[in-house]
Design a protein. Structure first.
Length: 462
């Protein structure tokens, strides 16, 4: 099987199908934080803490004192030093390879530098995602500062690297994604996200031609959380379709849900999407998703702005197509969700949900409900920051109990394409088993924000 890492954001429509967004500040790179002059900085590590860790990595839902993703707290100088220097990483492959997060005098054996430097991080190593997650990588000068600090013994005090290396001038990001040779390009034009806030928008537009989607790819500006392409079914009443070309905010100016954003969500299906800054997903040869002419798309973009000044959001999304006569198998997007989530405070909780072919699911959405035989070709998962493990098992048949998917990274779970489809007949299905560690003082339930949780299986099948 092959792996491609990306994360599908939760469907807001899921909760409406029963009566769904995350909005995590992943590790975001701050490119415009002023650095104190060399003469006034107490230490090189202090400059690194102030210019990178505190402003970029120790954001809510990432390496802050509460969440400590991967057991790493970078919220203060003392905490960061304790969790970095000579600290054992939680990544099992990094441990097996003898790495520590920061090994003094040895940059090549320091996981911190490897995770920040795209030239050092290789997928085959199994060390996880490049950081900062969902943003541009660090500048070469910033990486050189970290390398020099480690090479000098990674001291907590003292000036051992020139802080001018940490200075990266502000710049206006320009997105670049060539339109597909065959297909269409969709665009969410630049829009403003206010300081210290999230903004999630929807824009409806009509598809002008019959499409056989074989691949999709996207690029988003920094600090993006996700882009999702939805499509309204042909059975959607005209009164339930959103107005075309109008930017609909998920929340109004008072932080309340905007009813206009919900219009028609009961008739809207997930088509494609990703959370990462860039993504490319290609279906197996001969397979395609049918998108009919006249379908109303709903373009959903979400950004999280942890800075003290406004930023702009923007998305370019390509749908690559082929001639319909070249399609050997039409496939459909898969969405299976469990809304019955209740996580008591200060406890680890595991919840299982089974989705059977030909049967409905209470408090959830089962894409298999009307089928008698399905063949699953790809799976991925979605949960929020309290998730520690997400497993999918086969239920029934000769492969009963077989684990076909597992993820421990809630921010960037894998999407797995199977060499041989998973064949499920009526009464057989998939079981999603999700474990959360609720370290908060409050009970957590299903919901939209990073303080809520989700339990969703995405994929493709026929």
């Amino acid at each position: 099987m092959s792996h491609f890492r990306f994360c599908l954001a939760p469907c807001i429509s899921l909760i409406l199908l029963v009566s769904t967004s995350i909005f995590v500040s992943s590790c975001r790179q701050t490119l415009d934080v002023p650095i104190e002059p060399q003469s006034s900085v107490a230490s090189s590590f202090g400059a690194l803490q102030n210019s990178l860790f505190s402003t970029t990595c120790a954001t809510s839902g990432c390496h802050d004192a509460r969440t400590k993703t991967a057991g790493l707290d970078l919220s203060t100088l003392d905490a960061a030093y304790q969790h970095l220097v000579n600290a054992t990483p939680t990544n099992p492959n990094a441990r097996l390879d003898g790495l520590v997060r920061v090994r003094p005098n040895k940059p090549d054996e320091s996981l911190l530098l490897i995770k920040l430097d795209s030239s050092r991080l290789h997928r085959s190593d199994g060390y996880g995602s490049l950081m900062p997650l969902g943003s541009r990588g660090l500048a070469a000068s910033q990486l050189e500062f970290i390398r020099r600090w480690i090479l000098a013994g990674a001291p907590k005090a003292g000036l051992v690297a020139d802080t001018l290396l940490l200075l990266v001038p502000p710049s206006d990001e320009v997105l670049a994604l060539a339109p597909p040779a065959q297909g269409i390009q969709l665009r969410v034009a630049p829009y403003t996200i206010s300081p210290r806030s999230d903004r999630e928008i929807f824009i409806a537009q009509t598809n002008q031609q019959d499409l056989a989607m074989t691949k999709f790819e996207l690029v988003q500006r920094d600090r993006s959380h996700h882009f999702i392409l939805y499509g309204f079914s042909q059975h959607t009443p005209a009164t339930q379709l959103p107005r075309l070309g109008i930017t609909r905010d998920l929340y109004d100016s008072l932080g309340r849900f905007n009813p206009e954003s919900y219009r028609g969500m009961n008739y809207r299906d997930f088509l494609a999407g990703a959370q990462s800054k860039t993504a490319t997903i290609e279906f197996p040869e001969g397979m395609a998703v049918r998108i009919p002419r006249g379908m109303v798309f709903d373009l959903n973009s979400h950004y999280s702005n942890g800075l003290h000044q406004p930023i702009a959001g923007e998305v370019l999304f390509n749908i690559h197509t082929t001639a319909p006569e070249r399609v050997r198998q039409w496939i459909k997007p898969l969405s299976l969700s469990n809304l019955a989530i209740n996580l008591p405070a200060k406890r680890e909780t595991t919840i299982e949900q089974t989705f059977l072919v030909g049967q409905n699911v209470v408090l959830g959405l089962n894409a298999f409900a009307s089928d008698t035989l399905v063949r699953v070709i790809a799976l991925t998962s979605h949960a929020h920051q309290l998730m520690t493990r997400f497993v999918i098992q086969i239920v029934g048949g000769a492969r009963n109990g077989e684990i076909v998917y597992s993820a421990t990274n809630w921010q960037n779970p894998p999407i797995i394409f199977f060499r041989e489809p998973i064949v499920l007949r009526r009464g057989e299905g998939l079981k999603s088993i999700c474990t959360w560690n609720n370290t908060t003082d409050q009970t957590v339930t299903f919901g939209f924000t990073t303080s809520d949780e989700m339990h969703i299986v995405y994929g493709y099948y026929y």
